[in-house]
Ligand binder design. Structure first.
Ligand code: SF4
Ligand code: SF4
Length: 326
């Protein structure tokens, strides 16, 4: 496979889209092939065509259309993403230096060891031309990774940023940009899906968190359950990453419904994801009620194993969509 990949990249290509199985099985070996071929593994995007496609859809025609939509979305994503930046940081520890320390270490004081380590970071940046210096980004960041010196623009402590996306999705002027997550890349994928969606196919866009959401869809595939091929997942780092505008725009651009799938509150890796989605779904449902928009928006909070909760919710949404069109 290494040789085939090298040959395919002779034209100067750097990005790889794999139509494969679940990331938990395929990601590590595929990344190893990229590395051996001299490519940065960050350039890889995987479509789960087994657990989240072939195993869950009996309707071949619908599944084929879904595959086309997913491929269009991930090719769009692959063209946007950038390999992460590598920085060198000092880490302070009480314990002895770990064997996987990349670089040097030295004794500093009695118990504290300092390790110089390399870390890949994936942080957003501020477009100063449109930043209003409101400070919201600094307030919402769960990791204190943003500071705003008096009268200045936000500055990122890149070593603290966890790429949760909350600052990107919260900025009122969309001044915070990130190449690998956040508003723009989500928006581009939704557009790519809806651009190739057959006119007569009802589509529910699933904004699915990379953690419990991904596990839940894998669990559905492995459980023998089947569900509608009209459910098209778009993965986000966390529900923190998703903006209200991403949800509203999905409907505006033609999605018949939107399902958000995030972690249970106490299991959110980025602390604030599901709370944010609860308030977003409440706001958008109130707005749709007033505006007479009947497209259903639903939020699922899952530990990654609640397959029945997911399939039941999907059937309910499809019934609602069908009723609103009859
Ligand atoms: S939230 Fe946006 S507009 Fe406000 S300070 Fe941060 S980057 Fe600037
Ligand atoms: S992406 Fe998350 S962790 Fe990083 S600066 Fe923004 S809010 Fe903080």
């Amino acid at each position: 496979m290494k040789e085939e990949l090298k040959e395919a990249m002779t034209g100067g290509g750097k990005k790889v889209v794999a139509f494969a199985c679940t990331r938990s099985v395929c990601q590590a070996p595929l990344e190893a092939v990229l590395k051996e071929s001299g490519l940065d593994p960050d350039n890889l995007v995987i479509v789960n065509a087994r657990e989240q496609l072939a195993l869950v859809h009996q309707d071949i025609a619908g599944a084929t259309e879904k595959a086309k939509m997913l491929l269009n979305a991930v090719i769009t994503k692959a063209l946007i993403i950038e390999p992460m930046e590598t920085i060198t940081i000092e880490e302070y520890q009480e314990a002895p230096v770990e064997a996987n320390s990349i670089s040097s270490s030295e004794q500093a004081g009695q118990d504290t060891l300092i390790q110089i380590v390399e870390k890949k970071v994936n942080h957003p940046e501020v477009n100063q031309d449109i930043c209003g210096k409101c400070g919201i980004c600094m307030t919402v960041c769960p990791y204190e990774a943003i500071t705003i010196p008096e009268g200045e623009y936000p500055e990122f402590k890149v070593e603290l940023c966890q790429s949760c996306g909350l600052c990107v999705s919260s900025c009122p002027t969309r001044a915070i940009e990130a190449s690998n997550f956040g508003y723009d890349i989500i928006e581009a994928q939704v557009k790519a899906i809806l651009n190739v969606r057959p006119e007569d196919m009802s589509v529910i866009i699933g904004f699915v968190c990379d953690h419990s959401g991904y596990s839940l869809l894998d669990a559905a595939g492995l459980s023998g359950e089947t569900y509608s091929s009209g459910f098209i997942p778009v993965y986000v780092n966390c529900m923190s990453d998703l903006s209200l505008m991403n949800v509203a725009n999905a409907v505006r651009k033609g999605a018949n419904g939107v399902m958000l799938i995030g972690c249970l509150k106490d299991e959110c890796r980025f602390m604030k994801g599901i709370e944010r989605s609860r308030s977003q779904v409440h706001i958008i449902n109130e707005f749709f009620k007033v505006a007479g928009v009947k497209n259903p928006i639903k939020l699922l909070e899952s530990d990654g194993s609640t397959v029945n909760q997911f399939t039941t919710a999907l059937v309910e949404m499809e019934t609602q969509i069908h009723k609103s069109h009859s």
